[in-house]
Design a protein around this ligand. Structure first.
Ligand code: AMP
Ligand code: TRP
Length: 328
């Protein structure tokens, strides 16, 4: 079976974009692949949050994976910092990464701009840690949203470079990006991606948002001038985005929705969309709440996941260290 690796950093609030762009793919993939899903806590540290908050977020993301349907019997779920080899391989890959390559990264440039006084070396090195995550497991596929495409390209470059310098070691991984859901846009601005670190909470539909809040956020979502529920990215980016979410969550095709809402206004459309989102999230939120009452159960799953991840990581790091001459 081919191996899949992916992860989410435990910071901010996970939203419907994370679900549609990344996690929903994982659910399909775990049926026929050897999947490893990480809670990327080292990545989260690149933007400061107090220790108490990070601790809380790590468990929250793990609970989100489980509540969404990632099955620990089929997939490995683990915490990145539980497997030391991630940090070790990052160092090795740092030595074959060039500074201008990292300076090119859009996410770095973006975050460096937004968190001006918090730019740290970790934020700069973020893509190398991500490459280490993926290559350490010799993953064939990496299911992510559109925004991670550049990091994946970088990972492929580094894998090839290492193989060229030290001999065939790494699999050059392939990004799996779903066309329709790769980039869900913000409700407050359909020209910017929905982001868990958005300052305005009305930017995103949080996976743990209460029904009343979902209703309010959708009601207030920016729509376009004029009326008509039409799927047109250029002329109607707001409605385009809402239609995308509606279609993906309900399973109804865009054409069907356009027909259904032909003579209806934005208000009616938004009200129904809110019901669809709430209906979709309800079973997920019930499971999430239940897990929240039994955190030790979650911790046990994670301990077991780390054990399995470590087995793979330790075997591969040994080979990598031998290849570069870190053995004597
Ligand atoms: P992040 O929120 O950056 O930790 O991303 C976690 C996963 O969700 C990654 O695979 C991202 O590519 C994906 N993702 C994040 N934001 C969006 C979005 N607005 N639309 C689709 N996928 C997203
Ligand atoms: N950087 C990813 C994000 O923010 C999260 C992540 C960390 C990841 N390590 C990874 C995704 C490895 C895929 C593979 O979305």
């Amino acid at each position: 079976m081919k191996r899949v690796f992916s992860g989410v950093a435990p910071s901010g609030n996970l939203h419907i974009g994370n679900y549609l762009g990344a996690i929903s793919q994982w659910l399909e993939l775990q049926k026929h692949h050897n999947c490893v899903f990480s809670v990327a806590d080292y990545h989260a540290m690149t933007i400061f949050q107090p220790a108490e908050k990070l601790r809380e977020k790590i468990l929250e993301i793990a609970m989100i994976y489980l509540a969404a349907g990632i099955d620990p019997k089929k997939s490995v779920i683990f915490i990145q910092s539980d497997v030391l080899e991630h940090a070790e391989l990052t160092w090795i890959l740092n030595t074959i990464t060039k500074i201008p390559e990292l300076e090119l990264m859009t996410q770095f440039k973006d975050k460096a701009r937004r968190f001006r006084n918090k730019v740290n070396v970790g934020l700069f090195d973020y893509p190398v840690l991500m490459a280490a995550d993926i290559l350490l497991y010799k993953a064939d596929f990496v299911p992510v949203g559109e925004d991670q495409k550049q990091h994946l390209e970088f990972t492929r470059t580094i894998a090839r470079r290492f193989n060229g310098l030290y001999g065939e070691t790494f699999i050059v991984p392939e990004a799996l990006i779903m066309k329709e859901s790769a980039k869900i846009m913000g409700l407050d601005d359909p020209n910017k991606k929905m982001s868990k670190s958005a300052e305005n909470p009305h930017n995103y539909l949080g996976l743990t948002d209460e029904p009343a809040l979902i209703k309010e956020k959708i009601k207030r979502a920016v729509t376009d001038s004029g009326d008509g529920i039409i799927y047109d990215k250029e002329k109607k980016p707001g409605i385009f985005n809402l239609l995308t979410i509606y279609s993906l969550l309900s399973g109804k095709s865009i054409q069907k929705l356009e027909k259904e809402y032909k003579n209806k206004n934005y208000g009616e459309f938004k009200k129904d969309l809110a019901d669809v989102v709430i209906g979709f999230l309800s079973p997920f939120q019930k499971k999430f709440e239940k897990l929240g009452k039994n955190k030790n159960h979650v911790r046990r799953i994670l301990a077991d996941g780390s054990k399995k991840a470590r087995l793979i990581a330790q075997k591969n790091i040994k080979e990598i260290k031998n290849k570069v001459g870190l053995n004597y």
